[in-house]
Design a protein around this ligand. Structure first.
Ligand SMILES: NC(=O)C[C@H](N)C(=O)O
Length: 314
């Protein structure tokens, strides 16, 4: 069964003209993560590799392609966690770096803290030699266009959020049975400056524990935090539910309790996995036993050889 890596490219409504790029993006990221696992790399190496690919892909709301805050600026949140030690690292409201997920790993490995924020996170990045990039290099035409649209007086904020969820995340199990998760996002369009979402919060944006599994989440951050979605799903797994049933239970609770939709990728330490969502769409992909799995709409599940060019769904 082992190893396995599963990624998501955000839950929400993905406009038709962007769905192809989204599907291609998650498939190429999951392949990159799988190569790491096949070479004997750890689940942490694999999720960071996969999420780095997604951050570098402008089709997603993370790294380059992040949504803009109310001032038209990029502030990003990210988290990693490993299931063997329960060690984690996170950054929130960080600016001017290309790959927040790599900075979270440095927070985990090089500090005694779990989360660094804003200017403190930037100072730490500088001290670690992480290159600073101009904010403009993280802003796409699409992100700018959606931000402008949101500013017009009769804009519908709900509609504006749709089509640009696109948070990214990954979970993996390596050949030693260690689980890990990684999640990265630009947050919510038009958010207040300094807003911290669910993504960098342990138990909300992600959680990993070798005794139950790993989860990475996407959706409306304030709602995810209310139900601590990642930890809630692992609680259900601790009670004997499968990765798939536990994911559905967590998402159903968030829907009934706080009327919010979202999506998750989940693994258990044996390598059972799930990609589940209550939103209209979520781009996702998984790689296991040299097979690529992927989908975008509810019920969609394509499979093919890991190295074959994408055959369907694009
Ligand atoms: N698209 C998302 O998943 C957004 C993210 N959860 C946030 O609220 O920051």
């Amino acid at each position: 069964m082992l190893p396995v890596v599963v990624v998501h490219g955000g839950a929400g409504h993905i406009p038709k003209e962007r769905s192809e790029k989204s599907t291609e993006g998650v498939c190429s990221a999951v392949r990159a993560g799988y190569v790491v696992l096949k070479r004997g790399g750890s689940s942490m190496d694999a999720v960071v590799e996969a999420v780095t690919h997604l951050e570098n892909n402008p089709a997603f709301n993370a790294g380059c392609g992040s949504v803009l805050n109310v001032k038209g600026e990029v502030e990003m949140d990210a988290i990693v966690m490993e299931g063997k030690t329960l060690g984690s690292g996170a950054v929130s409201a960080v600016r001017n770096i290309a790959n927040p997920i790599q900075l979270t790993r440095l927070v985990m490995d090089k500090t005694s803290h779990a989360c660094l924020t804003a200017e403190g996170a930037s100072q730490f990045a500088r001290s670690m030699g992480v290159p600073e990039v101009p904010m403009e290099s993280l802003i796409t035409e699409y992100a700018r266009m959606r931000w402008r649209k949101n500013l017009v007086p009769d804009a519908n904020p709900v509609e504006c959020q749709m089509g640009k969820m696109g948070t990214v995340g990954a979970v993996a199990v390596d050949s030693e049975g260690n689980v890990a998760c990684a999640t990265s996002t630009g947050g919510m369009l038009n958010k207040m400056e300094g807003r911290v979402g669910d993504t960098p919060c342990i138990g909300s944006g992600g959680y990993a524990d070798n005794q139950s599994g790993a989860v990475s989440t996407t959706g409306h951050g304030e709602a995810i935090m209310k139900v601590t979605l990642a930890r809630l799903i692992l609680f259900h797994m601790e009670q004997g539910q499968s990765a798939e049933a536990a994911s559905d239970l967590g998402l159903a609770y968030m829907k009934s309790r706080v009327s919010a939709l979202g999506g998750v990728v989940t693994v258990d330490p044996q390598g059972q996995w799930a990609a589940r969502f209550s939103s209209h769409q979520m781009s996702w992909a998984a790689a296991q036993k040299d097979t690529l799995h992927y989908g975008l709409y509810v019920g969609e599940h394509f499979t093919q050889g890991i190295d074959e060019p994408l055959l369907q769904g694009i």
